[in-house]
Design a protein around this ligand. Structure first.
Ligand code: ADP
Ligand code: MG
Length: 241
């Protein structure tokens, strides 16, 4: 589904990613974990095209993502849903409008078609009755569930999550993780940057552990949590578990 080949990314004084290679197969749930500043967000943002790597290549379903072919590149980006830590809902639009905007403007869906799809996904995240509310009337957990529904309305092939529960009050984390767990069960391909080790262990099939811009470990979740190989991963787990 995704292939990252020798990707490096530098910000002014920081080498955020150093020669990172990674393959994600259809239906895999990959947890991207590691200390703060290790390059997790940068990797996810490079995959989604929100950051431009200085070198390396990214393939989606076997096809190179190439900025110099903007029409194809945009179509490829539209196949990836991105969920942000801080939701990034449009504050001046209702829940329903948040969900239908891109399908209408980007996929040229009719309003009724986009609304029907949106209501299906809002139902799935348990928020159909909030369709006419504005985001500021919702709790954090509700906002994030709307953000997930909004991403799903674009019929993505893969979902990318960047710490989707880190900005939530503790009592709201489960409702978001439950929605993500349901998606995983339905076979969605997912890359999830998370500090929720329970989710990474039980829902994720695989852990990619980053440290200082390098993939230090890439292993099935069970193996990573019971028998981490690198000292860095052992040290990290001793602090978070
Ligand atoms: P993580 O998500 O694992 O916490 P990031 O990918 O956000 O890590 O950051 C990796 C490194 O790159 C950090 O040292 C961070 O300070 C730096 N970095 C990230 N984004 C930027 C940016 N826009 N400008 C400058 N430095 C950045
Ligand atoms: Mg981050």
């Amino acid at each position: 589904m995704i292939k990252v080949e020798h990707v490096s990314k530098k910000f002014k004084h920081t080498q955020a990613l150093k020669d990172v290679s990674l393959e994600v197969k259809q239906g895999e749930i990959v947890s991207l974990i590691g200390p703060s500043g290790s390059g997790k967000s940068t990797l996810l943002r490079c995959i989604h095209g929100l950051e431009v790597p200085e070198s390396g290549k990214i393939y989606l379903e076997g096809e190179l993502m190439d900025r110099h072919d903007p029409v194809k590149y945009r179509a490829q980006r539209n196949k990836m849903g991105f969920v942000f830590q801080h939701f990034n809902l449009f504050p001046n639009m209702t829940v329903l409008q948040n969900c239908t905007l891109a399908p209408i403007q980007v996929l040229n869906q009719s309003e009724s078609e986009a609304e029907a799809t949106a209501m299906r996904y809002l139902n799935r995240v348990g928020l159909a009755e909030k369709r006419d509310e504005y985001p500021n009337k919702l709790s954090g957990g509700q906002k994030q569930r709307v953000a997930i529904a909004r991403a799903l309305c674009m019929s993505p092939e893969i979902m990318l999550f960047d710490e989707p529960t880190s900005a939530l009050d503790p009592e709201m984390i489960k409702e978001v993780l439950d929605v993500m767990g349901d998606l995983a069960k339905e076979g969605m391909t997912m890359i999830v940057v998370t500090h929720e080790m329970g989710f990474a262990h039980k829902v994720g099939n695989r852990v990619v552990f980053l440290d200082q811009g390098v993939i230090m470990e890439d292993a099935p979740s069970e193996q990573f949590f019971t028998d981490p190989q690198s000292e860095r991963a052992k040290d990290f787990l001793s602090k978070v578990l």
